[in-house]
Design a protein around this ligand. Structure first.
Ligand code: MSP
Length: 517
């Protein structure tokens, strides 16, 4: 049976800044899931891109002495380069300054308006350019110099201007009913509870247009107004599948989205405003919004002013791409805030990768090279121990799938590494090196079982470490079209007699430069 199509999205990134590890993290999680779903037989549409309108970007362009279009062209390219450098497999890269997006954003506005949910009034209140968000007086705090600050710590300014409003207050009950009927709509549970209590506390109508600057999408039929950047930005998820052309095959295939992955700071926009806009426009709602936590540099929030922003390219050049991809999703429980540091990186690289999976593959394949003439040996009958290992390598997919479906990437990896641990214990217990003289047939069976386990692990780690996995599978002569999850299990087992290339280590140890001197 064909599996359902799967549409997942990253937030679109503000082009006011160069990409840092926080941006790389959100997209990485999506990339791993996108790759996983493809290998699991789904047709996947994986979207990322850049959020290019609004005051924040306009100000950054001014500060850089550039017109906004030139500025956004340049910074958006940095995010495209990041996707390449991190080996992201996105199917599309959207920019909100594209023509297709202008059409979609104006169309959703018109749909909401035609249904009677937009009215003209004037806004007088606080606005934070950094957050691109409106705040009520009661939400503000005081900074050190007594100035008013947003709850996020961002500066706010007083705004007074004509504005169109969205009747968000009317959507309180429909939203609460929707959350209730769709318990998986928001994850993790802590975020879900926060959102539900925020909505239960009452919603105010939302200002959705501005007149005091120009860098944005004009409101249809009233071009003095620019659409509020969040209404513009959220609509990107529809633009990319062809909206407003509801006959577009991508739209019918992929909308509603299966997952919007976001950071915890923007959950309100995705789990409150976005479903309300969609309901008001008469459009289907996404299936899930998952909010992950923040990456902290040795416990501190990363910021330009603290000078502790970690750049993805620096990590990759120091530790290698696949180890960084593994580390980020293994070290920090996804959904929580977590620390990244050199020490924990080195420890993961040397223990989980070099020692555990790296050694397993290297010593097993070297024994085959040395003792079996470099060909996959012919196994005898399998013992209970052999079957136990093979079936754990095969059965692990179900557990990993359900953990990844909950975005519990750290748990999925932990589950996979249990098989790695089982395999290492199996090598120690079977001691194939000792069997060489005493029972070569049994040695052949043990090495076959190990090679077959490594084949499974190689296939299963592809979403996380695509290059390293490919090298492992190349060493077993697995054809590129025999690497999907449907090839797990005994039906596609290694064929005895297959000649293997000379094995080479896939996961080197990390040695500190000082220690190496
Ligand atoms: N443009 C909006 C999103 C619009 S989506 C319709 C935006 N952009 S952003 O560039 O500021 O942030 C994008 C994502 O990066 C957010 O999900 C945010 O949580 C994430 N991160 C930024 N810094 C981060 C960390 N230090 N750690 C983890 N993720 C963080 O918001």
């Amino acid at each position: 049976m064909a599996k359902s199509p799967y549409y997942l999205t990253t937030p679109i990134y503000y082009v006011n800044d160069r990409p840092h590890i926080g941006h790389a993290y959100t997209t990485l999680a999506c990339d791993v899931l996108a790759r996983f779903k493809r290998l699991d037989g789904h047709e996947v549409h994986f979207l990322t891109g850049t959020d290019e309108h609004g005051q924040k970007v306009e100000k950054s362009a001014q500060a850089a002495g550039k017109d906004p279009q030139t500025f956004t062209d340049e910074v958006s390219q940095n995010f495209r380069n990041l996707a390449e450098d991190m080996n992201y497999s996105n199917d599309d890269f959207i920019r909100t300054t594209e023509e297709r997006h202008l059409k979609a954003a104006q169309a959703i506005w018109k749909a909401i308006q035609a249904n009677g949910h937009i009215y003209l009034d004037s806004y007088a209140g606080w606005y934070s350019v950094r957050d691109e968000a409106f705040y009520a007086e009661g939400e503000l705090t005081k900074g050190e110099d007594g100035q008013k600050l947003a709850p996020t710590g961002a500066e706010v300014e007083w705004v007074e201007e004509p504005s169109y409003f969205f009747d968000l207050s009317k959507w309180q009950e429909p939203l609460l009913k929707f959350y209730d009927e769709n318990p998986d709509f928001i994850g993790p549970d802590t975020r879900r509870n926060e959102v539900v209590s925020f909505v239960a506390g009452g919603l105010k109508d939302l200002s959705i247009s501005r007149t005091s600057f120009k860098w944005g999408i004009p409101v249809p039929d009233d071009t003095d107004h620019i659409m509020y950047v969040w209404l513009d930005a959220l609509t990107n998820y529809l633009t990319a599948v062809g909206y407003p052309d509801e006959d577009n095959p991508d739209y019918s295939k992929f909308w509603p989205a299966d997952l919007h992955m976001v950071g915890k700071d923007i959950v309100r926009f995705h789990a409150v405003y976005w479903p309300a806009f969609l309901m008001a426009a008469g459009l289907p709602l996404p299936k899930r919004v998952y909010a992950h936590g923040w990456l902290l540099n040795k416990g501190e929030k990363m910021s330009k002013s603290l000078g502790n922003v970690v750049l993805p390219e620096d990590l990759v050049s120091q530790y290698g791409l696949d180890p960084v991809r593994y580390y980020l999703l293994r070290e920090v429980p996804f959904g929580n805030d977590g620390y990244i540091s050199h020490e924990t990186m080195v420890s993961r690289i040397n223990s989980d990768l070099a020692n555990d999976i790296g050694n397993l593959a290297q010593r097993s394949l070297s024994m085959i090279a040395k003792n079996c003439d470099g060909v996959i040996p012919t196994p005898g009958a399998f013992t209970d121990d052999d079957n136990a290992l093979l079936s754990s390598a095969h059965a692990v997919l179900d557990d990993v799938r359900s953990q990844f479906d909950q975005q519990a990437f750290h748990r999925g990896l932990e589950t996979l590494w249990k098989v790695v641990g089982d395999a290492n214990r199996y090598v120690d217990a079977q001691a194939p090196w000792a069997l060489r003289k005493t029972d070569p047939d049994r040695m052949a069976t043990v090495l076959y079982v190990l090679a077959e386990t490594i084949r499974h692990l190689g296939i299963l780690i592809q979403p996380i470490m695509p290059d390293a996995a490919a090298r492992m599978l190349d060493q077993l002569e697995i054809a590129p079209d025999a690497r999907s999850f449907s090839h797990l299990g005994p039906d596609h087992a290694l064929v005895a007699g297959t000649e293997l290339p000379k094995p080479a280590p896939v996961f080197p140890r990390y040695v500190d430069e000082e220690a190496a001197d």
